[in-house]
Design a protein around this ligand. Structure first.
Ligand SMILES: [Zn+2]
Length: 316
């Protein structure tokens, strides 16, 4: 088997996560549920295998169980006994019925990280990433045949979509999900994420994601996103929540007409003199101060964000 290599520290890391009060409480709460058809293995072992699957990014339970069985230290970390593939698979399926317990566990972990680093989540990076569905993703019923209706897909939550044409990957048809993720720019840790069908555009996903970030107790000040989010409603969604959007401009007709440029006069290009979020506007000044008035407010929008493009914070 061509399994992933396990660094020596990893078994200790897995044991550490299982021993944390946050995961310990999840295991205890799962134990208190009326868990029909007990897995036959301790819940610590079941949660441990599930954690190993995600820690090592292993796509299948077969390979996860094989990995844990092969490594004494990993097996010890989850309590000494590795569940069967079938037990692990069934456990994962049942865990979906207890997603509220999982969500509460994630909230506890984020809360602790936030308490240890109060600056966490202040500056966000938001991105949508592809996640293939491990399901029947054949786009056509037969070669050259008609395109499948969504109802014919075995995994009905996923559908054909297109990778963002501006992403670094080559664009094209893509079957699966997208995960919209808000990551803390300083710690690199995710603070909220949502899953959506790949065929839905990423920009409408921004507002619910920002709400999820706030529901986790974070108070972001800026949110950096790629050009796929460069549409007016995303700017409004950010500003409505007191967050400065930091998004590069697409070359739209307004941009071609130069409407995004700072004000100017016979004395030259006006200079940025600060923003007032409560006013929802940025202030700009005549470079020589000879104009009357010598400064004016420009309402925040896609073309004129409160953190102007070309400033240090924007280019960060
Ligand atoms: Zn002037």
């Amino acid at each position: 088997m061509d399994g992933p290599k396990v660094p020596p520290r990893s078994a200790g890391a897995l044991a550490g996560i299982l021993d944390s009060p946050e995961i310990g409480r999840l295991i205890a709460e799962l134990g208190e549920t009326r868990w029909t058809g007990r897995p036959g293995y301790p819940l610590r072992a079941m949660v441990g295998v599930a954690l190993a699957k995600s820690l090592y990014s292993i796509p299948t339970w077969t390979r996860t169980v094989a990995l844990v069985r092969e490594h004494d230290a990993l097996r010890e970390a989850i309590g000494g006994e590795c569940p069967s593939v079938y037990a692990a698979y069934r456990f994962a399926a049942k865990l979906r019925a207890y997603s509220d317990l999982l969500d509460a566990c994630i909230a506890r972990v984020l809360d602790r990280l936030h308490r240890e680093d109060p600056g966490m989540g202040r500056d966000l990076s938001i991105d949508g990433s592809d996640r293939p569905a491990y399901a029947n993703g054949q786009r056509f019923v037969s070669k050259g045949g008609r395109e499948r209706a969504d109802s014919e897909f075995s995994d009905q939550d996923a559908s054909w979509g297109h990778r963002s044409a501006i992403s670094t990957r080559k664009g094209g048809g893509y079957y699966g999900y997208k995960i919209d993720m808000a990551t803390c720019s300083h710690t690199g840790l995710p603070v909220a994420w949502n899953v959506r069908s790949a065929r839905h555009a990423e920009a409408p996903a921004a507002a619910p994601l920002l709400d999820a970030v706030r529901a986790h107790g974070f108070a972001p000040e800026t949110a950096a996103m790629d050009k796929g989010y460069d549409v007016g409603p995303v700017y409004d969604a950010c500003e409505d929540r007191g967050i400065r959007p930091i998004i590069p401009l697409r070359n739209t007709s307004k941009v071609e007409r130069g409407e995004h440029r700072p004000p100017s006069c016979e004395h030259g290009t006006w200079t940025f003199a600060g923003s007032d979020p409560s006013r929802g506007a940025s202030k700009w000044r005549c470079p020589t101060g000879e104009c009357k008035p010598a400064s004016r407010w420009v309402k925040a929008d896609r073309l004129h964000p409160l953190v102007p493009r070309k400033t240090a914070r924007f280019l960060r």
